[in-house]
Design a protein. Structure first.
Lengths: 63, 433
């Protein structure tokens, strides 16, 4: 650790010592609108529709 | 005072002080080696013990030389003065942690999230803190078990294709009702995250809507939960699905006993079927955060990259970069990375398909509009609603495409142009001097 600090410091190396944690937006895809129009099988970006555990309901009437 | 002046000010001040409101704690990442968390407002840094020690020394009584001496005598850390100044500059001055400095860095945020709009402010959300009792251990076990049984029941009795076919028979008015109910259930989901965070003493962030890639999403900002324990973070991650499940289950029972509405039943099932999709761990839905918190790895992508690079380095007989993780966690990450790669092949194909279809739709619509005589063009309300719901994916995809073009092409070019212009101006000024 000490050796590392006394070597040349740059941004990449600093990552070993200090890392900013990302913002946490806990999301819910509420309309599941993503795939219906593009994918007639009712597939979604999250792929859940294709394995039968979800539905894509926005625009289902247009699929 | 501009940033350069602000930051040079701290160096002219011999005594270093950390800003008021900066807090430190041990970060729970489940690893043997202790890491620490520095918190300032809504920003969080995971730091090594050395950085933590340096921060603790900056209490308004010590200069750089004093800190150097203190680290040497108390922790046997030998850092020369110049290097210590460099570390303080990079860690505390640039991030605006030191008194008299302003941050020149920005917190990392989700680059694929756009069009965010706040629906509820933290002050309002905090009023629902009294619901925290449903996150007490006993309540969690009881309600969680009942919710799981109910979910199993609806998944065994109904299928997603059944719900889809039910949707086909609905009128626009009924679909709008379904949207509203699912939106309400979604808001309950987001409240679940916020209330779970509050039950562990964390002040909630905003709740809002936005678009993630091409997916319209509701979101709850729970960035501050970085400071609580890992298991508690997992409960906050699952809190959304937990509360949404309770809400749907209660609605389902009330409907079955008193209301007897088929439409409400479809709306409940629609929302119920969206719950499991949220477990997808490959994009930043709840499943991803559960994985991050369960493993205690905050930089999943970087660690996955390092693990695979180490495999290549071994093949080439080159020295590897140490990744301090247990064998079990490494195994999980290897499996996860393979599935992630497969998912992104699907996802990129999906996005490409969405973009192509969006452009084709626009082309078709423009051609149809041009062909049509003005006298024939008299759309009524239903036509407009039908058209918009037909094309909503198209519009979102087009906006996302424009967002990508702006972010990665136009803005970058503008930035480079400005940078180049500034450097030319500086050169001219230097030459004139």
């Amino acid at each position: 650790m000490i050796t590392s600090i006394n070597s040349a410091i740059d941004n990449k190396e600093l990552d070993l010592f200090m890392k900013e944690l990302e913002e946490r937006d806990e999301m819910l895809c509420f309309f599941n609108a993503c795939g219906t129009a593009a994918n007639p099988c009712g597939g979604q970006a999250c792929a859940a529709g294709c394995i039968g555990i979800s539905v894509c309901f926005l625009g289902l009437h247009v699929a | 005072m501009d940033l350069a002046e602000a930051n040079s000010y701290s160096w002219s001040n011999p005594v270093l002080t950390v800003k008021e409101g900066v807090e430190t704690s041990i970060f729970d990442d489940g690893n043997e080696q202790t890491t620490y968390l520095i918190t300032m407002s809504n920003r969080h840094w995971r730091v090594s013990e050395t950085i933590y020690r340096i921060l603790c020394c900056m209490d308004g009584t010590r200069t750089v030389e004093d800190i150097q001496q203190f680290l040497h005598t108390h922790f046997e850390l030998q850092i020369d003065g110049h290097k210590l100044e460099q570390i303080i500059e990079m860690a505390f001055v640039r991030n605006g942690i030191l008194e008299g400095t302003s941050a020149t860095t920005a917190p990392p945020h989700n680059k694929m999230m756009w069009g965010q709009f706040t629906l509820l402010r933290p002050v309002f959300i905090e009023k629902f803190k009294f619901f925290s009792f449903i996150f007490h251990k006993r309540q969690l076990i009881v309600w969680g078990s009942i919710a799981l049984i109910w979910l199993t029941y609806i998944f065994s009795v109904y299928s997603n294709t059944h719900v889809i076919s039910s949707m086909f028979s609905l009128s626009i008015k009924d679909i709008v009702f379904c949207y509203l109910f699912v939106f309400l259930a979604g808001m309950t989901h987001e409240f679940g995250h916020s209330i779970a965070a509050m039950s562990y003493g964390v002040y909630p962030g905003r709740i809002g809507v936005g678009v993630y890639f091409v997916m319209p999403v509701l979101f709850s900002d729970v960035t501050k939960i970085w400071r609580i324990k890992r298991l508690q973070r997992v409960i906050v991650d699952l809190g959304g699905m937990y509360l949404q499940c309770i809400f749907l289950m209660v609605s389902f029972v009330l409907n079955a006993l008193f209301i007897h509405s088929d439409l409400l039943n479809i709306a409940i099932l629609l929302s119920g079927f969206t719950i499991l999709g949220n477990f997808n761990p490959f994009i930043k839905f709840d499943g991803y955060w559960v994985l991050v918190d369960f493993l205690g790895i905050t930089e999943v992508k970087t660690v996955m990259y390092q693990l695979w690079m180490n495999q290549f380095r071994r093949l080439l007989h080159k020295p590897t970069v140490p990744v301090v993780l247990s064998k079990g966690k490494k195994a999980v990450l290897y499996i996860y990375s393979i599935f992630t790669a497969c998912f992104f092949v699907y996802f990129i194909r999906f996005l490409a398909g969405t973009f192509i279809l969006a452009f084709q739709n626009v082309k078709t619509d423009i051609a149809a509009l041009l062909k049509m005589a003005p006298a024939e063009f008299h759309p009524d309300f239903t036509d407009i609603v039908n058209y918009l719901s037909d094309r909503i994916t198209t519009f979102i995809a087009l906006f996302f495409f424009l967002h990508l073009v702006w972010r990665y092409a136009v803005r970058n070019l503008l930035f480079k142009y400005k940078k180049r212009r500034t450097s030319v101006q500086e050169e001219v000024r230097c030459a004139a001097d």
